[in-house]
Design a protein. Structure first.
Length: 614
């Protein structure tokens, strides 16, 4: 087990704490003054024993979770289960997960959180919060709609088997592991088809416009010639130190796997989706149109934001933020020599030659050059930084048309794979250069790479915290990181500051349109019309973003809700501490415990403010 040494240490402390409690309990009374001291000591010993029991429980929980989710283990760099791929879409598997979540929650509650403080307190609060949210979600038949253009397992496994993702292809054993894992893909695809069929029967189907985008994604992965598939790439890059016998054996085995196992499975899935599922898909686009959809969306909102905000409240927050940012944009218009009119400003920035990249190489080179600008500026605001490095890569061509503008993939825990900042280079004219600085700060440093890589390096935390996360915290931090541009010394060009405002505007628009889609009956065209009226977005990005909101309801709410909370807490700390406020200390306090629900973040920042007051 990866955390056995820490667990043993905690068990030792547990025994000592229990012994201390027993010794104190056996002492005779020595006056009222001593009784309070003895009671406090017993309480502290019991709390330490409770914390040790919980740490052991967390370790056991995480080990079971990795065994049941071996692909997750691969992505975090734990390669013990690289040959496994369970049928996690099967009803029995899903029911087992529900029962296990219930059992782990009951075990944690039986130990309880009385007297816990520090990391022990945070871990207990987060563990209970996460399992309660997971259990609430089993009410909704998410497994009956497991495919869309944004989360397409067929594409994810093609990436995994290409050698450019988390699955390692370094040793002969690595190659054999993939042979074993990939052999289970057909069973998973067949289960997906069965689930989609049941969804059709129960009226739980995806919007037609999303599935129309899935079919070309599948087509791009299917080839008669195995050597033309993504799955062949590990064979094309066979390590030179493999023996001739292994090279021959693996080449033949991969050819057979691709031709006789994988491609038939991909074709079955593609044919079902195109010929049976697509005609049964719905014209509606909101989650509320499905059975129990209103409650389903409310659960998604709560999971995404870790708040009790209603869709109606979030919708209004979005409208207010859009109006505020529009006012700031009009102030920038004067610096750009444009009249104070949003339509004129949007048209102007889109017409500027310097708003465009020449081609993919130009885009990637400018992002890499900006990294060199930012790196020396970071110590002014941060004294806690990750050890892990990251790379800047283009989004793979087969998924680029439906992918968002950028994304981040965390580094592996074993240090073999750095973090990856993916930039979408599809349709270069739709990727404005004025977004470069804000997008970099969000996805790379000091955004996602700082927060996520740092979290993975917090080896004293339970693994479920190191490798888990709250979307509102992580995406809220990414958007907050964008807002630090002027403090860092970038956004000096008014056009780049406009780009930062445009990105913040975009996240505010998401609050309006996501809730509009899923709680207020908006159509796809309603969403697009609102985007075009309120931002300088190009059609390629507008369409992909609108359809992303349809595919993953509620997720887009996390960014702005999280950022507003972090900014609110910083403002509160600055007001309370005055000249004693240290921005680096604040950032350290936000990041040092990893991702937490927003209510937990607020409570810990309040405690930190009190300690800073001295």
């Amino acid at each position: 087990m990866p955390h056995a040494p820490a667990s043993r240490s905690l068990l030792t402390r547990s025994v000592l704490a229990l012994a201390l409690g027993a010794a104190l309990a056996g002492c005779g009374p020595s006056g009222n003054d001593n009784r309070g001291v003895e009671t406090a000591a017993v309480g502290a010993a019991q709390a330490e024993a409770r914390a040790a029991q919980l740490e052991q429980l967390y370790a056991e929980y995480w080990e079971e979770r990795l065994q049941r989710n071996p692909v997750q283990a691969t992505f975090i760099g734990d390669h013990r289960y690289n040959d496994r791929l369970p049928n996690f879409l099967a009803p029995d598997y899903i029911e087992e997960n529900r029962a296990l979540a219930q059992r782990w929650l009951e075990r944690a509650r039986a130990i309880g959180g009385d007297g816990l403080d520090g990391q022990a307190r945070l871990s207990y609060e987060i563990f209970v919060h996460n399992l309660e949210g997971e259990l609430a979600g089993y009410r909704f038949p998410q497994h009956l709609a497991p495919l869309n253009q944004f989360y397409n397992l067929a594409g994810q496994y093609a990436m995994l088997g290409s050698g450019s993702s988390a699955q390692p292809f370094v040793t002969v054993q690595d190659y054999d592991h993939w042979l074993a894992r990939a052999g289970n893909i057909p069973a998973l695809f067949d289960q997906m088809i069965a689930n989609l069929r049941e969804g059709v029967h129960r009226g739980i189907v995806q919007p037609r416009v999303l599935i129309e985008k899935v079919i070309p994604q599948l087509d791009a992965l299917i080839h008669d010639d195995p050597t033309q598939t993504l799955f062949w790439q590990p064979i094309a890059k066979l390590p030179a130190d493999f023996s001739a016998a292994d090279r021959a054996r693996l080449t033949e085995a991969y050819r057979t796997l691709i031709a006789d196992t994988l491609m038939p499975a991909y074709r079955r899935l593609r044919d079902y989706v195109a010929n049976e599922y697509l005609p049964a898909c719905r014209d509606s686009v909101g989650l509320s149109a499905l059975p129990d959809g209103e409650a389903w969306y409310a659960w998604r909102v709560a999971q995404s934001t870790t708040t009790t905000l209603t869709p109606e409240q979030i919708h209004q927050i979005g409208l207010d933020e859009v109006a505020r940012i529009h006012t700031e944009m009009l102030d920038v218009a004067g610096q750009l020599g444009v009249e104070r009119d949003l339509a004129a400003l949007f048209a102007h920035v889109q017409s500027l030659p310097e708003s465009r990249f020449a081609d993919e190489d130009d885009l990637l080179n400018q992002y890499r050059a900006f990294r060199a600008t930012v790196d020396p500026l970071l110590p002014a605001l941060f004294d806690l930084m990750p050890r892990a490095d990251f790379e800047i890569r283009p989004v793979e061509a087969f998924r680029a048309p439906s992918a968002s503008a950028a994304s981040y993939q965390a580094p592996s825990q074993d240090g073999r794979r750095p973090g990856i900042f993916y930039v979408n280079t599809y349709d270069i004219p739709a990727r404005p250069r004025y977004s470069l600085e804000a997008l970099y700060l969000h996805e790379a440093t000091p955004g996602h790479h700082f927060q996520i890589a740092l979290q993975r390096e917090l080896t004293d935390l339970p693994a479920f915290r190191r490798f888990g996360g709250e979307t509102a915290f992580s995406e809220g931090w990414g958007l907050y990181a964008e807002s630090l541009g002027k403090e860092l010394g970038v956004y000096r060009d008014p056009l780049m500051y406009f780009g930062a405002l445009e990105y913040e505007l975009w996240r505010s628009i998401r609050l309006v349109v996501d809730t509009g889609l899923h709680a207020k009956g908006w159509s796809r065209q309603d969403v697009l019309d609102y985007m075009y009226a309120n931002s300088p977005v190009q059609p390629t990005r507008a369409v992909s973003e609108a359809e992303r909101f349809m595919a993953i309801p509620g997720q887009a709410l996390a960014y702005k809700i999280g950022q507003l909370k972090i900014r609110e807490l910083r403002d509160r700390a600055e007001a309370a501490l005055g000249e004693r406020f240290d921005v680096r200390a604040f950032h350290r306090e936000v990041l040092k415990d990893g991702s937490v629900p927003l209510n937990v973040l607020e409570a810990k920042i309040e405690r930190w403010i009190e300690t800073q007051r001295g």
